[in-house]
Design a binder for this molecule. Sequence first.
Ligand code: ADP
Ligand code: MG
Length: 484
Amino acid sequence: MSKLLKGRTGDWEIVIGLEIHAQSITKAKLFSGASTAFGAEPNTQVSLVDAAMPGMLPVLNEESVRQAVRSGLALNSKINLHSVFARKNYFYPDLPQGYQISQFESPIVGEGELEIDLADGEVVTVGIERLHLEQDAGKSLHDQHPTKTYIDLNRSGITLMEIVSKPDMRSSEEAVEYATKVRSILRYIDTCDGNMQEGSLRCDANVSVRRPGEALGTRCEIKNLNSFRYLRQAIDHEAVRQVEILEDGGKIAQETRLYDTAKGETRSMRSKEEAHDYRYFPDPDLLPIDLSEEFVARMKATLPELPDARKERFVTAYALSPYDASVLVSERDTADYFETVAAGRDSKLAANWVISDLFGRLNKLTIPVSASPVSAEALGELIDLISDQTISGRIAKDVFSEMFESGEGAKAIVEKKGLRQVTDEGAIRGQVQSVIDDNPDKVADYRGGNDKLVGWFMGQVMKASQGKANPGMVNKLLREMLSA
Ligand code: ADP
Ligand code: MG
């Protein structure tokens, strides 16, 4: 599949680098003991440090360091044993310090790489430049008063991990897959909850275009994309905008842009500031972070099985296709659910039920698997009833619907509604015979060579048995009795 963008004057290549801001799961903020719980009344979770009262000193939260190291390890990246906090100076009403404490020249995590799977089976490697720790800012509320802007400092000082990729992505699809993978990994290791609606994970997309084979073009950065759908749309619109400018003989101005979700277009926010505008310098209130090899090894030992390893295992241990395996491992809850269903059962059948039937239902209602009305144990019981031929696969679909709606168990529903499969050969033979007797013209047709009619006969017998006859047996008896 070509990823090139067709312009009036030929093909263009899109180049994308992502900056992902992931909020750490920590009870307290990066440099203060204030709570990080979401949804509190404005300005109720603000310590004197977060409000930047004069003379207050930041105290580093060790848990934030552990989370950053675990994240770096899980993202296949190098952990820097020595890292330094720096002040990034700028003025904004929701930044009472007048600077953000971040990391600049010496981040806690250095280079790494991630592999992403595309829908067509291609595997793309995306480089990671760095992961650094920084403070979040507060929030300006412009919609609370006709002429005033209010400030909520609850977010001020919360730990963010900024994960910066190399400019290695070539389509919005790749960017979305990469961001999805980063989110999935962070959720696996419980360092970020990945909740994009609550702002726990935000993406900035850097986009440029060039003729294939040429040097990198000038980029624009689209800020604060808070859903993967917007990430995709913003990149696609921005690339087309740049191509149009270049094809008209214009130049791209390096700038920061916003994606207007209502209009579906990006618009300029400010021209790009350079690093020297921020006057970065090492924060004199904080010591460098110095980690030992043993600490890093201990953090590594706490990591659970990660999505890539789990996917490999699903392919070999459960004989699943790589695609099915990747769908199942993308969320830890889902993978756990599947493993409970598959334990001691036909794994292909289990995967089909989980992916098609269960996900189909859950996605329609946007219910997470953790809140599924059908538990993994209950779905397993249903699959057992299919495997031991108590019910047919067809009837099982109806039983599943009923389980999903009523929360009742499979066995109870089968007994209550009398859905047990009929495997009594004598009874089925009788039903086949009456269908044959009632349709002499169709029988003649079949015997004259119209083999396909066997499907029609199947349907009639199944209908007569209210779906309960064992389909394999009906098929076998039909072929035998029709050709007699
Ligand atoms: P800054 O600190 O100014 O934002 P960085 O060098 O840290 O600049 O780059 C930020 C992001 O921009 C990175 O994800 C990087 O991969 C991406 N990037 C750099 N150059 C380009 C380019 N020409 N086109 C697209 N993305 C780019
Ligand atoms: Mg940047």
